[in-house]
Design a protein around this ligand. Structure first.
Ligand code: ATP
Ligand code: MG
Ligand code: MG
Ligand code: MG
Length: 439
């Protein structure tokens, strides 16, 4: 992408309405624009990051055996009357009427709809296990939308739903998501700790929230500090191994970790004092096992091995990709701006042409840029008329992991400068050596 032709509406001043650093930086870096309270348009830079996060989530869901679908955002109220949640859900649900006066709603979650789909098609125990997920916008009319996309009213969610014949099988489905979540957050460069959690309006009796520690987090959490150094499940984890996944679950729940609602003071005090973490955290994911809570009222059953109908045992599993964009910035920034982890940065490399119009500089910058594109990198070429200082500030603000700085002085000696955004290290290298770094 040539910056001169891109749409990157940067803000010079720090927006006053933004209370936390991720919100400020997302506005300054031209990633999002508020359209109504808690409702945002995603601008090109923000959308790139959102898509990259969604893709990591998708890859790990697929690896674990979940299958992607796409359900609509608008749902029928009748579906929610079947489960009894239409009235129970309260004011967070945005209720709409269509032209025929039929009651509709903008989905805050999809347990009912996916149960309806499975009920229609899945008739035999042989069709199980099944885990269907989608990545779709949700709407919750939050009392206090704030902190930008961290707590939006419209927000993106990956929600998966598992269906099994009995509680044991459903436990395995739960463990699959548990391990997939550990891998997902690790790939995003985040240390997310699974903590015992309240099941809330989803219902059920087994639940974990995945929490990233951050001073700006809205949850109060308590855990053992050793979790911060636990190893995450490897890429070749066998998701069909019941014992293997139970082992991962057991290890990752062996020490104390609980959200405020589930906090047990005396159990926490049994943790050695120097290992006690009492902090604030951001809920980035949440998994539930709820048994037959939806299959029973909605009549979702299959024929078991003996031909008798068996109610499906379910679980649901959410991650907030849009909240994650903000959480990643809370975890990765400095005075200059955002510092993205390499896997989800909007661009891999930024080529900064310090003297647009100078034939040699233009030529070298274009050569590097074309090389990067040919090798499959997402490259950004700063070919604008801005002064060098402004270009450096822009590159730092948007947080691209690598900068290749091309100027007439260096080029006179055949050199360009390579800068790593994260540590700030700079290196003067030959043009060939720079190209060689990005093979
Ligand atoms: P919170 O406690 O922050 O209100 P929740 O417990 O209501 O979240 P869940 O129903 O567990 O949320 O939804 C699954 C995931 O969706 C959450 O873990 C979070 O990552 C994301 N999420 C929920 N509400 C929002 C929101 N208002 N804005 C952005 N992401 C959200
Ligand atoms: Mg909520
Ligand atoms: Mg919550
Ligand atoms: Mg939750």
């Amino acid at each position: 992408m040539r910056l001169s032709r891109y749409f990157l509406p940067l803000l010079r001043d720090t927006p006053k309405e933004a209370e936390i650093v991720s919100h400020r930086l997302m506005l300054r870096a031209g990633m999002i624009r508020q359209e109504s309270a808690g409702i945002y348009a995603w601008l090109p830079l923000g959308l790139r990051v959102l898509n990259k996060i969604s893709n990591v989530i998708r890859e790990e869901q697929n690896r674990s055996g979940a299958i992607e679908i796409l359900m609509p955002t608008i749902q029928s109220a009748d579906l929610w009357r079947e489960s009894g949640r239409y009235d129970a859900y309260g004011k967070e649900m945005l209720r709409i009427k269509d032209r025929h006066d039929r009651e509709m709603l903008y989905g805050p979650t999809n347990e009912e709809m996916v149960t309806e789909i499975v009920r229609a098609y899945v008739k035999s125990y042989k069709d199980l296990p099944l885990n269907l997920y989608h990545i779709q916008w949700k709407f919750r009319d939050e009392v206090r939308p704030r902190f930008g996309v961290m707590r939006g009213r419209e927000f993106l969610m990956k929600d998966a739903y598992s269906f099994d014949l009995d509680k044991d099988a459903a436990r395995h489905a739960y463990n699959r998501m548990f391990a997939a979540y550990l891998r997902t957050f690790a790939r995003l460069g985040l240390k997310a700790i699974p903590m015992k959690a309240d099941t809330g309006p989803i219902g059920g009796d087994l639940s974990h929230e995945f929490i990233v520690l951050a001073s700006t987090g809205e949850s109060e959490v308590f855990c053992h500090s050793d979790y911060l150094n636990f190893e995450t499940p490897a890429a070749d984890t066998d998701f069909d191994s019941v014992a293997g996944l139970q082992g991962i679950f057991d290890k990752w729940t062996s020490l104390y970790a609980a959200t405020e609602e589930m906090h047990d003071k005396s159990a926490f005090e049994a943790v050695p004092e120097d290992k006690r973490v009492s902090a604030r955290g951001i809920e980035v994911g949440h998994i539930f096992y709820f048994g037959t809570k939806y299959s029973e009222p909605m009549g979702a059953a299959v024929a078991g091995p003996d031909g008798q109908p068996v109610l499906l045992h379910g679980g649901s599993y959410g991650i907030g990709p849009s909240r994650l964009v903000a959480a990643l910035i809370e975890a990765g920034h400095d005075d200059g701006g955002i510092v993205w982890p390499e896997e989800i940065a909007p661009f891999d490399v930024s080529v900064i042409n310090l003297k647009v119009g100078d034939a040699a500089t233009d030529g070298a910058a274009a050569q590097i840029y074309q090389h990067l594109l040919a090798k499959g990198y997402d490259a950004l070429l700063d070919d604008t008329e801005e002064r060098p200082g402004a270009k450096f500030a822009t590159a730092d603000l948007i947080g691209v992991p690598w900068q290749i700085i091309v100027g007439p002085k260096g080029l006179a000696e055949g050199k360009v400068e390579l800068k790593r955004r994260a540590g700030g290290e700079r290196e003067l290298v030959s043009l060939e050596a720079a190209l060689d770094r990005f093979k």
